[in-house]
Each structure stands twice: as structure tokens, then as C-alpha cells.
Design a protein around this ligand. Structure first.
Ligand code: NAD
Length: 311
């Protein structure tokens, strides 16, 4: 990888991802960082003195770096990072630079940023590359990257090498914004499986079954899933799952609401018929507002379905 890497967005995911980049590159590699929360930047600089430099804007990050990555919450933030006049990434003189946005956002915004980049900086390249694996995957550098490009992209070697420092699996998805499409399809599936698993567990429990027995049966039958085995919504079934720790940690319910909502929007735009999307989204919307669920792991929807927690 190049000796100067830019990083924008040092939140729950961005901080451990950027930390892995530092750990896995040589002493000569410098990271230039910006976050709207100045404290986040100062803390990161302090922890990694000599190798990390604080910047005052996304433009300054791109002025100083050969390759720029961003990890911010939503489409509006991605627009702010790249498109703000004077201080955004595209205000910099980009030349041949490579830009990678890892945020999970709508495909329309990502394509708009890509088009604006192509128009103003014809030799630079912008990629969507959202991730799955959560904060733990970010810390352990085992993230899955869904890369919005073809396998024969001219930058593919560099992209695979760089993202490989932070993740275990990197999938070129076939073209611009298709990394986001893959990510949204994944979270749509896992979000609805969590609801179905919670509902089915509740049917078993209401009938007098021990949910542990039911989970063991699912595990060896067709209802098996990683939600069942590692993220079971019923407290006490998976000792390490957020459900067994008061739904703390994991994947915030507001993020699941965002991702299921974006997948439903995609389906509408494309004319793809959904039987479950609207109902699933409603439940995640409700949970995002509910004081018993807000800010907790998304599998907390079990609470809204009236699930028992006294196991
Ligand atoms: P976060 O809120 O913890 O961090 C986002 C960071 O971006 C914050 O530090 C914020 O200050 C910064 N930011 C916001 N606007 C900015 C701007 N204009 N310029 C510079 N910095 C700005 O969020 P997160 O959990 O790290 O998630 C980031 C993205 O990753 C989201 O799109 C999310 O859906 C996705 N994601 C999250 C997880 C997870 O488990 N948390 C897993 C996979 C994907």
C-alpha cells in the first residue's frame, strides 16, 4: 500500500479499522485523519504518535494522502465528506488517487458521489466497499468487504491488498454500487431471519417447549442460521450473544432499521416484490423509538414481540 493513507470517520467501526491499517503497515506509512468530533481525532493521534496526523477537513486528508477511506454513518454524511465545496474530498486536486467509502448508505448517493468524482477528476477512482462483521470483525481484522467493482478493475490488486489488512474476505461485486447492494441484501436477510427466529421461538415457548431444545432442533434442521447459533434473540441460549447480556453490544437496532429501510427502497425502485419487507421495517422502526430497545442490539426486537427473558 502507499505510504500515505487518509482516513475519515473514527467511530465504532472506523477506529479499529484504521488501527489495523497502522498495525499492519510499516513505520513509514502515515495515516492522515479527520472526524467532525475533534476529540476522536486527538485521541487517535495521541495513541499513535509519529504515525498519525490530525487534519482539519476531509479536503486536507485528501491533499496529503494517496488513498482515502471513509467510514461515516449515512448518505448525508458521505455527501458532506466528499461534496462539500472548499472542504470536501472532491475539492482537493485528486489526480490518480483512489477513494474508498466503506459506509453502508443508499446506492443513489454512492453513485452520485462517484459521478461527481468522475466528472471533476477523470483520473481518480471512487469505490463503494461496505463491510459486514461488526465491531468485533473490525477489531480482529476479519471483516467481509463488498467491493463495488469488477474483478478486472485496474486498481483491483491495490484494493485487495489494502482491504485485506482489515478483513478476511473481499468480494468484487461486479460494478459501482453493487457492493452496497450486496450489503443491503445481506442485512435485509439477517434482519428478517432474526424476526422469524424470535417469532418461532415464541410459538415454541408459548406451547410449553424449552427454547434450548427447540434451538438444538433448529440447529440440525432447516431453520439453522448464524442468527440462531451466534445471535439468538432469546436471552440465555447463546452465552456470548448480546441477548444474554441485556442486548448490549452487537449491531444497533437503529442501524438495522436504516439498512432494512434502504433494502426496501431499493426493491421499490427496482419493482421487486417483497412479502416481508414492510412489516419487518415497521418492527425495526418501532424498536428504534422504544425506550426498552433503542441503542441496543437489533435482536432486541424479541422484546417487542413479547418474548420471555427469564431463562
Ligand atoms: P459511528 O456513529 O460510531 O461512527 C461514525 C463516525 O463518523 C463518527 O465518529 C462521526 O463523528 C463521524 N462523522 C460523521 N459525519 C462526518 C463527517 N461529515 N466528516 C467526518 N466524520 C464524520 O458509526 P459506526 O458504527 O462506525 O458505523 C459507520 C458505518 O458502518 C455505518 O454506515 C454503519 O451502518 C456501518 N456498519 C456498522 C457496523 C456496526 O456494527 N457498528 C457494522 C457494519 C457496518
Amino acid at each position: 500500500p502507499p505510504n500515505s493513507i487518509g482516513w475519515i470517520g473514527l467511530g465504532l467501526m472506523g477506529l479499529p479499522m484504521a488501527t489495523n491499517l497502522l498495525k499492519k503497515t510499516s513505520e513509514e506509512t502515515k495515516i492522515y485523519v479527520f472526524d467532525v468530533v475533534e476529540q476522536a481525532v486527538q485521541d487517535f493521534v495521541k495513541l499513535n504518535e509519529g504515525r498519525v496526523e490530525a487534519c482539519k477537513s476531509s479536503k486536507e486528508v485528501s491533499d496529503k494522502s494517496d488513498i482515502i477511506l471513509s467510514m461515516v454513518p449515512e448518505g448525508s454524511h458521505v455527501r458532506a465528506v466528499y461534496l462539500t465545496p472548499e472542504t470536501g474530498v472532491l475539492a482537493s486536486n485528486l489526480g490518480l488517487k483512489v477513494l474508498i467509502d466503506c459506509s453502508t448508505i443508499d446506492t443513489g448517493t454512492s453513485l452520485a458521489v462517484r459521478d461527481a468524482c468522475a466528472e471533476r477528476h477523470p483520473n481518480a477512482s471512487f469505490y463503494d466497499s461496505p463491510v459486514s462483521g461488526g465491531v468485533i470483525g473490525a477489531e480482529k481484522a476479519t471483516l467481509t468487504f463488498m467491493l463495488g467493482c469488477r474483478e478486472d478493475d485496474p486498481n483491483i490488486k491495490l484494493l485487495m491488498q489494502l482491504l485485506g489488512l482489515m478483513g478476511g474476505n473481499i468480494f468484487p461485486c461486479g460494478g459501482a454500487s453493487l457492493g452496497l447492494t450486496a450489503k443491503l441484501c445481506n442485512n435485509y436477510t439477517s434482519g428478517l431471519i432474526a424476526i422469524a427466529t424470535a417469532e418461532a421461538m415464541n410459538i415454541g415457548i408459548a406451547s410449553g417447549m424449552d427454547p434450548r431444545v427447540l434451538a438444538n432442533i433448529f440447529h440440525t434442521s432447516t431453520a439453522q442460521s448464524s442468527i440462531l447459533d451466534d445471535w439468538n434473540p432469546v436471552p440465555g441460549l447463546c452465552p456470548d450473544a448480546p441477548a444474554s447480556k441485556g442486548y448490549k453490544g452487537g449491531f444497533r437496532v437503529q442501524l438495522m432499521k436504516k439498512d432494512v429501510g434502504l433494502a426496501v427502497d431499493n426493491a421499490e425502485r427496482l419493482g421487486v416484490k417483497l412479502a416481508l419487507g414492510a412489516e419487518g421495517l415497521k418492527l425495526y422502526e418501532e424498536a428504534s423509538q422504544d425506550e426498552r430497545c433503542k441503542d441496543l442490539d437489533s435482536r432486541v426486537v424479541y422484546r417487542l414481540l413479547g418474548g420471555r427473558e427469564d431463562w
